[in-house]
Write a new protein. Sequence first.
Length: 250
Amino acid sequence: MKIVIIGGTGLIGSKTTERLRKQGHEVIAAAPNTGVNTITGEGVKEALAGAEVVIDLANSPSFEDKAAMEFFEISGRNLLAADKAAGVRHHIALSVVGTERLQDAGYFRAKLAQEKLIKASGIPYTIVHSTQFMEFLPAIAKSGAVGEAVHLSPAYVQPIASDDVADAMANVALAAPINGTIEISGPERVRMSELVARYLKASGDPRKVVTDPGALYFGARLNDNSLVSDNNPRLGHISFEQWFATAARR
């Protein structure tokens, strides 16, 4: 098959591209740095010509409310119109577990708007809801930094390694569209404040984590159900310790 991956040079995109190419598929790793821009439309028609599957992994460069909404709406509309013109048979998008529960935050409102565009498009689709990537732990720590402390919610998370995400995306690309949502999670459910404390300790970072139930997560207030899935998620197999050992070697 010809498969186009929007955001194909990023963390998940590059790994998904590698997996699908190893299985013999023609994969276009589409991104602005390869001449394909879903905001301006540059190169999109040419990249999608003859494609059967499109995987949208593009992410807004800004978490600011207005910028994120503009990105996902403009990119989504442009890409879905190009899908229709090219006769794409399966549109796949990566989103976030809990998106519909985190509507206090502009970024998650923008992701929900993207999902609604896909569902209304008439194109066969699969939306993949993922928990937070383990690679996102430094950014979570940074988001809660207050001086020499890190203030974080004790809400549960179940982070997943990017390699497990890429495996899941490759599998979905080779399956039939479900016209619905599947969820993927890591193997361990743990409190965010506890996990980031483990990460900082393993990294040799001396900062202390302060457990703060009122701490916001990129603008959203969390509870124990906000960021985890109880909807029979597909579980990755890479633990935090396994992921960190590999990340440290890099």
